[in-house]
Design a protein around this ligand. Structure first.
Ligand code: PLP
Length: 425
């Protein structure tokens, strides 16, 4: 690969919000894992839909026909993002909602005593919908996370799998620790016992290339607002698995097929269009950086090729910055970084604690200086509170990188954390 140069200025120009200041300091949006900022092209697409194509679906007049066509084009865009067919892409309010709806659908083919496997590392959005099925007689088993390496225990998973396992809900990347799980292996083992798999790719989506065919999962959820889009959930249902689900739907005669059978009521079609524009924005990043990744893009064509190039560019830019951040934070006396060991796959999200200090104090201090970071459990409640036992000190402080962040922002953040520490000793 020729020496990589990320076109940071090009990227930053697309985000009007980056001109924001707080108390005289430029704002640094390091809150991406809670939702990225939105580029102009996405907002324009939402406006365009509402101004010129706004109508409910399946009418016989121009705006309704245009609206249906745009929604389908959005499915095609997400299909390029995930590497699937447009008919396998459904939309819903959020990933949590999509999981609840899916759980309700799958429940209809379960019987008392059937087992569902979830994990300790997952966000509640991929735990609670499945845990709820315990109320209907299902047995919930939970895969252990190693409290030292923040990785899932594969042997523990294997020990919990059996022919009683009907659903495995697994996390691709942790929004608390950045840990990336080898979901392909988890899916393969689940399929060997005949279980259906649900992969939570909400945190993974912006950071690494997704290929649902490669991991072979039956279902996958991700959320457009984590990859430059609006607040909208995406559900992938593999054709063979989706066709079998007795999904929750109104009882009309046009609803038996994918992708419509996984959707309820009228979609937020303007947001669906925004999700298309978000994928196109990633493809634009790919167009600008494609030449660096020729070897890795062999065999890929069209928008899929550009999307993969875009994500590779994001990864190539963010990963060294995240390594620097982890290293410099870990060097501060009293700071503990909660990332898997170097060499273990991870995203560019870095969480830490400072001994004796409540997480919210640090997040507030940084916020007052224009550095936007999250603190708490981020709904990864089980790992943060029960495994890492950080509830009393306010959980973690989470710094999440997005491609509009700069090396200078990282330096400023670390300097402020050092300054905060010095003020307390
Ligand atoms: C890993 C992970 N899973 C699930 C969710 C829930 O997604 P949504 O807000 O779309 O329901 C989040 C949100 O932060 C997340 O980070």
């Amino acid at each position: 690969m020729k020496e990589f140069k990320f076109h940071l200025d090009y990227v930053r120009e697309q985000f009007p919000c980056l001109c924001k200041t707080v108390n005289g300091n430029p704002a640094a949006f390091l809150d991406g894992p809670g939702g990225t900022q939105v580029p102009r092209s996405v907002v324009d697409k939402i406006n365009e839909y509402l101004y010129y194509h706004n109508a409910n679906s399946h009418g016989s007049f121009a705006t309704s026909i245009e609206s249906d066509a745009l929604v389908w084009k959005s499915r095609e865009a997400i299909a390029d993002f995930l590497n699937c067919d447009a008919s396998e892409v459904s939309f819903g309010a959020s990933s949590t909602t999509n999981n609840f709806m899916l759980a309700f659908g799958l429940l209809r083919d379960l019987k008392e005593g059937d087992e569902i496997i979830i994990t300790e590392i997952d966000h509640e959005g991929n735990r609670s919908p499945w845990r709820t099925l315990a109320d209907f007689g299902m047995v919930i088993k939970v895969v252990r996370v190693d409290p030292e390496t923040y990785t899932l225990d594969l042997e523990d998973y294997k020990s919990k799998l059996s022919d009683r396992t009907k659903i495995v809900a697994i996390n691709w990347a942790s929004n608390a620790t950045g840990t990336i799980t080898d979901v392909k292996t988890f899916v393969k083992l689940a399929h060997e016992v005949g279980a259906v798999t649900v992969v939570d790719a909400v945190h993974y989506a912006l950071h690494k290339t997704m290929d649902v065919k490669e991991i072979d999962t039956d279902f996958l959820v991700c959320s457009a607002y984590k990859f430059f889009g609006p607040h909208l959930g995406v559900l992938y249902a593999k054709k063979s698995a989706g066709e079998k689900v007795k999904s929750a739907r109104v009882m009309a005669d046009d609803n038996g097929d994918l992708p419509f059978k996984m959707e309820t009521g009228t979609l937020a079609m303007e947001l669906v269009c925004g999700a298309m524009a978000a994928v196109d924005f990633i493809a634009d990043l790919g167009r600008v950086h494609e030449s660096y990744f020729e070897d890795e893009l062999v065999g890929l064509t069209g928008r899929r090729r550009l999307v993969v190039a875009g994500i590779k560019a994001i990864e190539a830019y963010e990963d060294p910055l995240a390594l620097k951040l982890r290293t410099e934070l870990a060097a501060i006396d009293g700071v503990k970084v909660y990332s898997p060991p170097e060499g273990t796959p991870k995203t560019s999200t870095v969480s830490f604690t400072m001994e004796g200090i409540h997480a919210n104090e640090i997040a507030t201090y940084l916020g007052d200086h224009g550095i936007f970071v999250w603190d708490g459990d981020f709904y990864a409640i089980h790992i943060v509170n029960n495994v890492l036992k950080l509830g009393d000190q306010g959980g973690l402080i989470r710094i999440g990188l997005a491609p509009y962040n700069t090396p200078e922002e990282i330096d400023r953040t670390v300097a402020l954390i050092r300054q905060f520490k010095a003020s307390r000793t």
